[in-house]
Ligand binder design. Structure first.
Ligand code: NAD
Length: 369
């Protein structure tokens, strides 16, 4: 532990809020006690039955309290059959991309959850809102910030709520980083270092490697978590960014970015270093503050998050992030309360991503927004 002499371990733990020998219950878990009819369940329709919908969201929807898997939207008839049997989804709640708009006549569907390639997020968010449904849209929110604005406006116009699939806001270790950094529990944050990526070994023809469908490579897919992480570590918006790009596999990544390095500049002089990659297994968020530091590693996945501060491990429970995220949104809809992860939050990250791509193109420091 690296602390000032005057700052004893006991005081340090106390200042973290870890007093009385017990950790505070994670805020996400406490949310369940917030008043609402316990038996109210909203119907969610998943749009796009790929890896994330099938591997994470559908199983999570078996564990939710205030929402359930009511419908599906897919372009593949065999998937419709398979999902219908597996999750007991009635024929009347199954749509394809062509007849999707008729979902407006289906009162069993309250929320549409868009889990499609990025380029389709805007179209389906707007169609869902026009059909009178509340929307959850996966990250990254859209191809660029201008599209995010259109999505936000469409949902406002339809008087529907829009949320982004930012599951980490419901994850206790990440919530603790928000608390420590934003409330300056260990003093002002003085530096941030974060990276997220994996070694891409998938299909070379997948949508993730086609700019027209993905909007970009690892920055869009993985870097968005590091940008989010930097922003929620301090609860502030960065003003400038300087970025560079590295490509070691130009054949595979001919259309999208492989590895990007950036530095965000926050209003009070704080600098946050970030990296995204399709060629490195990264996944950490390290925050240095005046009186100590805190970090998460792995920080952003859903296979287990580990966190520590200068005083030792965080010891929060592992949770089903997707179940908590979807339940929270359902409660926001039921109680007519704003979500903590609205479209505006997705747009803020896209403003940063847009500026990172501009900086790479110009070779200069770029203003964000
Ligand atoms: P995927 O490739 O596994 O699934 C995409 C689905 O979209 C497939 O079912 C595919 O058939 C369908 N699709 C419809 N039109 C398509 C088209 N024109 N081209 C290609 N596919 C088309 O992708 P995924 O990993 O499930 O990602 C989907 C979305 O979820 C993305 O926005 C991604 O960033 C996001 N995601 C989020 C997380 C998270 O932790 N929040 C994790 C993984 C993916």
């Amino acid at each position: 532990m690296k602390l000032n002499d005057s700052f004893s371990r006991r005081n340090f733990l106390k200042s973290l809020g870890y007093g009385a020998g017990a950790l505070a219950l994670a805020p996400a878990l406490n949310a369940f006690s917030q008043g609402l009819p316990a038996d109210k369940k909203l119907g969610i329709a998943l749009v796009g039955l790929g890896g994330y919908a099938g591997g994470q969201l559908a199983p999570a929807l078996q564990q939710t309290t205030n929402c359930y898997l009511a419908g599906i939207v897919t372009g593949t008839p065999s998937k419709a059959d398979e999902w219908s049997k597996k999750y007991n989804i009635p024929e009347k709640n199954i749509y394809n991309y062509a007849n999707f708009d008729s979902i407006k006549d289906n009162p069993a569907i309250d929320i549409v959850y868009i889990v499609l390639p990025v380029a389709l997020h805007k179209e389906f968010t707007i169609r869902a809102a026009k059909a009178g449904k509340h929307v959850i849209c996966e990250k990254p929110m859209a191809l660029n910030a201008a599209d995010c604005t259109e999505m936000i406006e469409a949902c406002k116009k339809a008087n529907r709520m829009l949320s982004i699939g930012y599951r980490l806001h419901f994850e206790p270790h990440n919530q603790e980083v928000m608390r420590l950094g934003q409330q300056k529990v260990l003093g002002k944050v003085t530096a941030i270092d974060t990276a997220n990526g994996f070694v891409y070994g998938g299909d070379p023809n997948a949508w993730r490697l086609k700019k027209v469908l993905s909007g970009g490579g690892a920055l869009m897919d993985m870097g968005v978590y590091s940008i989010q992480g930097s922003r929620y570590s301090v609860g502030k918006e960065p003003l400038y960014v300087t970025a560079t790009e590295e490509k070691t596999k130009p054949d595979l990544f001919k259309d999208v970015d492989e590895t990007i390095f950036w530095e965000l500049e926050f209003p009070d002089g704080l600098k946050a270093k970030g990296r995204s990659s399709y060629n490195n297994n990264w996944g950490y968020l390290k925050v240095t503050a005046e009186k100590g530091n805190f970090e998460l590693q792995p920080a952003f996945g859903y296979g287990g998050i580990h966190g520590s501060t200068s005083a030792g491990p965080m010891n929060f429970p592992q949770v089903n992030q997707q179940a908590l995220q979807m339940d929270d949104f359902a409660r926001c809809v039921i109680n007519k309360k704003p979500t903590i992860v609205p479209g505006e939050e997705g747009r803020k990250d896209m403003l940063v991503i847009d500026a990172i791509y501009r900086s790479i193109a110009s070779g200069k420091r770029e203003k964000i927004g």
